[in-house]
Design a protein. Structure first.
Length: 372
């Protein structure tokens, strides 16, 4: 593979699947995602939306970082298992603090989160010593991790407004590490175990879709009426549509392209680590919208339509980066939903849900041929 040294190629792990300890790791992050939904549902204003998306970006980046480093190890590696188990405890604490991270529990969240990010760097250092990753590439983004985490902890001592601003800077610096400071060196980071890598990101999409089902199911069960059942059914159909549009063809085609890509590390970083955040954010916004629509309060229609539109835009970007084409039908539906979003709250909840379910159903029933 381009840019990968012989040493890394010889030591690279064989293709594998998600290990049991990684599935346990995902369950802890499922809790963190639930806390993001709680944060947004509790404050469905534009300010609350911004804080929730910042929290999601931090949670996503920690999870994604460990996908990369785990991809450089054998699934039976004891050091990988040990660090994942220790990091689970800290990310669970961060998840507990997350709904109040912009209030009184900011320092607890920031310190717990920073420990997880530093454990990731320590594990990558071990991968480098074992010849499974290149230290020159790791050192580049390690600098931005240290700076970002220092700002995150420093910001936790400030008032809510300045804290949010400094945390946004911290996240931007952390995200910019692989993309800006060391992008060329990133090519030689490691060999990508494609099946494991693609499966990990697909599983996170499943986690988020599961959260949407939990959110709408919990809300529907609290007041089980005929009207609620109709809303639940429409939102459930929409959730199935979200699953279908990702897993029916797109995920498999992208995995096949990654397997033969001439620049797999950069392609994987762009398409999965960065663009998938848009996909995940769309599901979370949709989940909150479904919850609010069934509850009959807040900007449920706006979140419902806007969330699905964001999700589809993420899919369009993902397909473009991995396959090299813009899928017109997904893009058209996303544009329609974005156009509807400002007036969606003026519609009855069932009408907004029916529009979303109908448009997604149309994408599923009459899908475009997968690019080859």
């Amino acid at each position: 593979m381009t840019g990968v040294t012989d040493q890394v190629a010889e030591a690279a792990p064989r293709e594998r699947r998600t290990s049991p300890v990684e599935l346990l790791w995902d369950l802890v992050f499922a809790f963190a995602v639930t806390q993001v939904v709680t944060l947004l549902a509790r404050d469905p204003t534009w300010g609350g939306f911004g804080r929730s998306m910042l929290a999601l970006a931090l949670v996503w980046w920690a999870w994604s970082a460990f996908v990369w480093v785990a991809n450089a190890f054998d699934d039976e590696a004891r050091e990988l298992r040990l660090v994942l188990l220790v990091a689970m405890g800290f990310i669970f604490v961060a998840g507990l603090a997350l709904p109040h991270a912009f209030e009184q529990r900011g320092t607890l969240f920031a310190v717990s989160y920073a420990v997880v990010r530093f454990l990731h760097l320590a594990l990558y250092a071990q991968a480098s010593r074992a010849g499974r990753a290149q230290w020159s590439a790791i050192a580049g983004f390690a600098i931005t991790v240290v700076v970002g985490m220092a700002l995150l902890i420093a910001g936790s001592f400030l008032a809510s407004g300045p804290r949010t601003a400094l945390w946004l800077v911290a996240a931007a610096i952390d995200y910019a590490g692989p993309a800006w400071f060391s992008r060329q060196r990133l090519r030689s980071l490691q060999r990508v175990a494609v099946a494991h890598f693609a499966e990990r990101y697909g599983l996170f999409v499943i986690i988020c879709l599961g959260e949407s089902i939990v959110a709408i199911g919990a809300q529907a069960s609290s007041a089980l009426t005929a009207h609620t059942l109709v809303l639940f059914s429409l939102c459930f159909v929409a959730t199935v549509g979200l699953w279908w549009t990702y897993f029916d063809e797109l995920a498999r085609t992208a995995q096949e392209r990654l397997r033969v890509h001439t620049d797999p590390v950069l392609a994987a970083a762009d398409a999965y680590s960065y663009i998938h955040l848009v996909i995940v954010a769309g599901i979370i916004i949709f989940a909150v919208g479904a919850k609010l629509v069934i509850e009959g309060s807040g900007p449920g229609g706006l979140a419902l339509c806007g969330g699905v539109a964001t999700y589809l835009i993420g899919q369009v970007g993902f397909a473009w980066r991995m396959v090299g084409v813009v899928e017109p039908r997904r893009l058209a539906v996303a544009i329609v939903l974005f156009a509807i979003s400002p007036i969606a709250d003026q519609l009855a909840g069932w009408a907004a849900a029916a529009i979303v379910a109908g448009l997604l159903g149309g994408l599923c029933v009459k899908r475009s041929p997968a690019p080859r």
